[in-house]
Design a protein around this ligand. Structure first.
Ligand SMILES: O=C([O-])C(=O)C[C@H](O)[C@@H](O)C(=O)[O-]
Ligand SMILES: [Mg+2]
Length: 444
């Protein structure tokens, strides 16, 4: 008879790809495909544990290089395994001009989150407990509020690229998400379609695309249409401090908070500049750019530069994100989560992590609505009435659908490149376009 916890018998790292719309951000235009890495751990009791993290060759290699530290060990040793992986993956430089979407991504992402998730999934199944019960001080809530993440969408017809065309779908949101949205009224239509399907009470507009005044016009229109909604705009630090203050000063009561309105400039760090923005506008500020690790968080707290820290578990690890949430709650600040394009395994990672964060939390970011339908699990979690209700199942709460994972892997194998490059699609809109962290992407 086996004693103790089951032994990990196998670790598979499966890079996968999915379809995306031509979403615009400061970094350029999303390509027709995004990539992720899936981790599957099997154990001696016959269970499978699941994890997901960002794509890209460096992250795939980091995960492949982890196998020896994982296979053959007991599931109950998960903390030691994660400690060993953390040491293996140490290092990096996350400070943010909007490098997060670009070359720096591999330094900010903690590849071991995919292993952590899979280990906790196995442990939860062994113990008959959901992953959120194993994190921090245990499960704090049964349902997680998410925001409706709105994007300006470019006209894909101006490129020869193979973006999905869902205009024939019966579902309003699916038709909408592949349609051009550059005018304020088109964003409003996007918001209505998203709200109809998912019931969002909070909205976020990705800025850093057009002139700031035009983006604020869109925000004001959204607020008029959805007066009860908490609304946020995130230009990823594109505006100068002076411009950000001009744009936001009159927005109290319209914007509930502002996310990374500005970044480092003229010899001042992003944290110093954001603190000035807060003082001058009185608006609460959220970030996923100037507090991406513990050292940055300490400086952000000391300089009073942020109110809401978007501690994405893929950047902080799940346990790290919950620990950040505990500290933030104790300091009178708030936890939220950043996201990137992801599949339904990461949706479960976000939800289980958020469920373990104590105190009031900010409606969680997720890109899921842009990928909804591309399932890698059976019975994926769903967003209804603006919330994800946690399933009553042990572990992560989702089970792998191997046929779909292998199909997503086959798509990945067809791609010429695996790393994110938002300049390539953008260059069809503006020939010779290059990234500038201080200029909205459509302004050249
Ligand atoms: O809140 C944010 O900064 C993001 O969501 C970052 C993402 O990478 C976003 O810019 C995107 O999807 O391109
Ligand atoms: Mg952000």
């Amino acid at each position: 008879m086996e004693r103790g916890t089951p032994i990990i018998t196998g670790m598979q790292v499966i890079p996968v790809a999915g379809y995306d719309s031509m979403l615009l951000t400061l970094s350029g235009a999303h390509a027709p495909f995004f990539t992720r890495n899936i981790v599957l751990l099997t154990d001696s009791s016959g269970n499978t544990g699941l994890g997901e993290v960002h794509g890209g060759d460096a992250i795939t290699a980091a995960l492949e290089g982890s196998r020896e530290l994982v296979v053959g060990r007991a599931v109950g040793e998960y903390k030691e395994i994660l400690r060993d992986l953390g040491r293996l993956h140490e290092g990096g430089d996350g400070e943010g001009l909007q490098g997060l979407d670009l070359k720096k991504l591999q330094f900010v992402v903690h590849a071991e989150t995919a292993v952590e998730s899979a280990l906790l999934d196995l442990l939860g199944k062994f113990m008959g407990l959901p992953v959120s019960a194993l994190l921090g001080g245990g499960r704090q809530r049964e349902k997680i509020q998410t925001l409706g993440y709105l994007f300006y969408v470019a006209d894909k017809g101006r490129t020869p690229l193979p973006y999905l065309d869902e205009r024939g779908s019966n579902e309003r949101w699916f038709r909408q998400r592949c349609s051009k949205a550059l005018e304020p009224e088109e964003i409003l239509e996007q918001a209505h379609a998203a709200k109809e399907r998912y019931g969002f009470e909070c909205l976020k507009l990705k800025g850093g695309v057009q002139d700031g005044e035009r983006e604020m016009e869109t925000v004001r229109l959204l607020k008029r249409e959805f007066p009860a909604a908490r609304i946020n705009i995130d230009p990823n630090g594109a505006w100068s401090l002076r411009r950000a203050v001009e744009l936001c000063r009159g927005m109290r009561g319209i914007l509930s908070y502002c996310e990374d309105p500005c970044s480092g400039e003229q010899g001042f760090s992003g944290r110093e500049i954001m603190a000035e923005f807060k003082r001058q506008t009185g608006l609460p500020v959220a970030t996923n750019m100037i507090a991406t690790d513990w050292r940055q968080l300490r400086h952000s707290v000391l300089s009073h530069s942020v109110d809401i820290v978007l501690a994405d578990p893929h950047f902080w690890t799940m346990e790290g994100s919950v620990r950040a949430g505990q500290v933030l709650r104790d300091f009178g600040l708030q936890w939220g989560s950043h996201s990137n394009n992801h599949f339904d395994i990461s949706l479960a990672i976000f939800a289980q992590t958020a469920a373990a964060v104590p105190g009031e939390i900010t409606a969680m970011d997720t890109h899921w609505i842009w990928q909804d339908g591309q399932y890698l699990t059976r019975e994926p979690m769903e967003i209804k009435n603006g919330y994800i209700e946690l399933p009553d199942r042990p572990g992560l709460g989702v089970e792998a659908d191997m046929d779909r994972i292998l199909a997503a892997h086959a798509l990945y194998c067809k791609l010429g490149r695996h790393d994110r490059d938002d300049a390539a699609a953008m260059q069809y809109l503006i020939p010779g376009w290059t990234f500038d962290p201080k200029r909205p992407c459509l302004i050249r």
